[in-house]
Design a protein around this ligand. Sequence first.
Ligand SMILES: [Zn+2]
Length: 359
Amino acid sequence: MLTIHRNRSKSFRLVAAVFCVILVGCAGRVGLAENHGGAESFGSRKILETLWTPDQLRGGDHDIARMTLDAPDLRPPERTEPLHELPPVPEALQKVIVAVEPEGGEKVAALTFDLCERAPHLAGYRFDLVNFLRENNISATFFAGGKWMRSHPDKTMQLMADPLFELGNHAWTHGNLALMNEEEIREQLLWTQAEYEILRERLAERAKLRGVSGEMRLVPESLRLMRLPYGRNEARTLPVIASLGLPVIGWSVEGESSGPHGGSGPEAIVRYDLRQARPGVIYLMHANAVPKTTQTVVRELVPLLQARGYRFVTVSELLRMGKPVKVEMGYFTTPGDNLFLDALFGGKGTLGRTDKVKY
Ligand SMILES: [Zn+2]
């Protein structure tokens, strides 16, 4: 997802009078571990602590910096096809998964952070947000653009190696998949799968040099989930993604919004997020430069949810805990509320159709 600030207008904030979920079917408990090669682990603390010093892991203000490039970067990755082919997504996990109904109503929540990066930008990384999660042992899922991974290789390898975190696919250049043909959709997703593998190979080389290559068995070989840029798809989009083996993960709560009558500022957003909490909730947020209040919201929201009995899990863990709640089309808070973005981000999702957007 990418939250865009249009004329800094409040009208841009996507709010809804009613939080509406169109249920198109709930599947039974799904053998996700089977589909996902039995990957129960998301990384190795030993790799993380061997390859980086605490200071390197913590990062600093320079990591946040967002840049506009002189020209859009549309270069492909070094390798455009992933070496690992995933089995097609089982029917029970097809469509857009917006929440899970955990067995027994267990109070679990998935925090998800997108790392969006379109062709004309370098989007940065909120080191302070990630540090908060690490310091408090909070599991989370990051959906990273393939180009973002290439332009932030060290951060990608750190997230990849961290057993707290799961990484997912957020398309190559944040393409608007609803406006793409099959070949373009495959390119957006497969280039990203390939870039992950390239960086995993680099991580493996470094682990080998430091004598911890045995730990690489704990680092997933592939990205196993995806998130739609702008939450946009058409009916014809989903079978293409399913054929590539990537369940599509939406969200139940736009975690950076304060809702229809919520007011402004991080406090209002936290109040809204708390009101929307349900067992199996998936929160949408960002871990790069947009929007800037997210790390404040997360610092306040996490302990409040914990005080209400919630614990945090990755999306794959959540999917193993119960029935997925699914919709046919992605959206922010109400169906159709993201359609206007098609006018801003057409073509490969990188080029604006109006002169208001330079790229
Ligand atoms: Zn995004």
